[in-house]
Write a protein that binds this ligand. Structure first.
Ligand code: SF4
Length: 437
């Protein structure tokens, strides 16, 4: 991939890039940041929260913990940080006083700053999170993270980049410039922030009146990489974050309850399956290359055939581990009976489920949502062909939590002003992707 994934340190909250139709037509499918600076100078800054085992080991070495003790000390820290959610080294009662003092002198267990928390009428929560600054010119990247509770599961939608490289024409986030990649620690920290906020640690309790799953399981049981960014353009950190999130001695999320959604970065799909072993979702949205070139412009690099071949080769694919295909319903664009039949034909032989997503028009978008009867008809054709095709109910509409609406603060304020004027919100929609578990 020729994409440059860098920090624009000069002004991380700069105005969005306006991606015109003409630019798209000319092949403008990927944005690059203004400056080429290495992302994430220090993972998590001086905080140990979010670090991998190797990074923790290095941090302990740096304060003089002898080599022979490192494995045991990492295990202790791991338990306190990721199993118990410790916020203070003083809580670590099985760590000697002297080492606790050393740790406290050199590091913190600080979380990224929660700038705001919004709670939807339907229980969906959205946090605006500011990451620690990575240098004097960086005000701290801001990302949004959304929690979607249901009776039997709680899904956390996390971001992998600040902004997005790509320019999908139906997506609000696609109009934002790419600021930088998130480090693995910053990705993990989103889960820590969510668990802090909803009391998802041993001995913690959820805030009064909070809607959390009631089946006795974990409050955050599923993760979807469907927030800001294209995860496969930050695959190293995404895989490292998944390793931390799924570690059996800490956060213990099943990899089968982690779904990574890609717009179709074909060359990285096999690596994701082989190394992260997660569920896969594909932002498909069109069944003909000509249309997908417009809706999801990365299709010009990797067309539908290449994408579906990569799906067929996805490691671990089986009926128990189906690929989710996301399909946003755009009136008069991709919602005909013929489109539905072609979708069925294309997916033949791929263990799949299809999420039909009613489009939420956003200010400036040129698309409309398909009529309800049309969505039902489309769904029926797909269903009759043997595919589960749930129509996902958008969640958190009142707090702008739908995917593609995830914007950093500067843009959010602009969007709100426009929205008030135009009475419209939304883009693609955040959904609790059903892994069926
Ligand atoms: S749909 Fe996803 S990949 Fe496409 S522009 Fe939006 S955030 Fe980026």
């Amino acid at each position: 991939m020729a994409t440059v994934l860098d920090i624009a340190k000069r002004n991380p909250n700069a105005a969005p890039v306006a991606v015109s139709d003409a630019a798209r037509a000319a092949g403008f499918i990927e944005k690059t940041a203004e400056l080429n600076v290495v992302a994430g100078a220090a993972p998590g800054g001086a905080s140990l929260v979010g670090l991998t085992r190797d990074q923790l080991k290095d941090s302990l070495s740096a304060i003089g913990v002898p080599e022979r003790e490192l494995k045991m000390r990492v295990a202790q820290l791991w338990h306190w940080i990721y199993f118990r959610g410790a916020k203070d080294f003083a809580e670590m009662t099985n760590v000697g006083k002297e080492l606790r003092a050393k740790l406290a002198a050199a590091y913190t267990l600080a979380r990224p700053q929660v700038v705001s928390e919004q709670v939807s009428k339907d229980g969906t929560r959205k946090w605006l999170i500011r990451m620690p600054s990575t240098g004097p010119l960086d005000k701290g990247a801001e990302i949004e993270c959304v929690y979607i509770p249901e009776v039997d599961r709680g899904t956390l939608c996390v971001s992998s980049q600040v902004g997005c490289t790509l320019t999908c024409s139906f997506c609000h986030t696609g109009t934002q410039r790419l600021v930088r990649n998130l480090t693995s620690a910053e990705i993990v920290a989103q889960l820590i922030v969510a668990r802090d906020s909803i009391g998802d640690w041993p001995d913690a309790t959820p805030p009064e009146g909070a809607f959390v799953p009631t089946d006795g399981g974990r409050f955050v049981s599923n993760i979807v990489f469907m927030g800001m960014g294209e995860p496969l353009y930050n695959i190293g950190d995404v895989i490292a974050a998944i390793d931390v999130m799924s570690d059996g001695e800490g956060l213990t999320l099943s990899r089968r309850r982690i779904t990574v959604s890609t717009s179709g970065v074909v060359p990285q799909m096999e690596r994701l399956g082989a190394e992260a072993n997660t569920m896969l979702a594909i932002s498909l949205h069109a069944v003909r290359d000509e249309l997908r070139d417009e809706l999801v412009p990365i299709n010009r690099k990797y067309d539908i055939k290449q994408l579906l071949d990569a799906c067929r080769a996805y490691p671990g694919l089986s009926n128990a581990r189906r690929i989710t295909f996301e399909y946003v319903m755009l009136k008069g664009v991709n919602d005909s009976d013929a489109d539905a039949r072609e979708l069925v034909r294309l997916l033949k032989g791929i263990p799949a489920k299809i999420n039909l997503i009613p489009f939420n028009p956003w200010p400036g978008s040129k698309y409309e949502c398909s009529d309800w009867e049309r969505i039902e008809r489309f769904s029926e054709i797909v269903y009759r062909a043997g595919y589960a095709s749930p129509v996902r109910t958008p969640r958190g509409r009142d707090i702008l939590a739908a995917c593609g609406q995830l914007k950093s603060e500067t843009e959010k304020l602009r969007a709100r002003a426009r929205m008030m004027a135009e009475q419209g919100i939304g883009a693609e929609g955040v959904y609790a992707v059903g892994n069926g578990e």
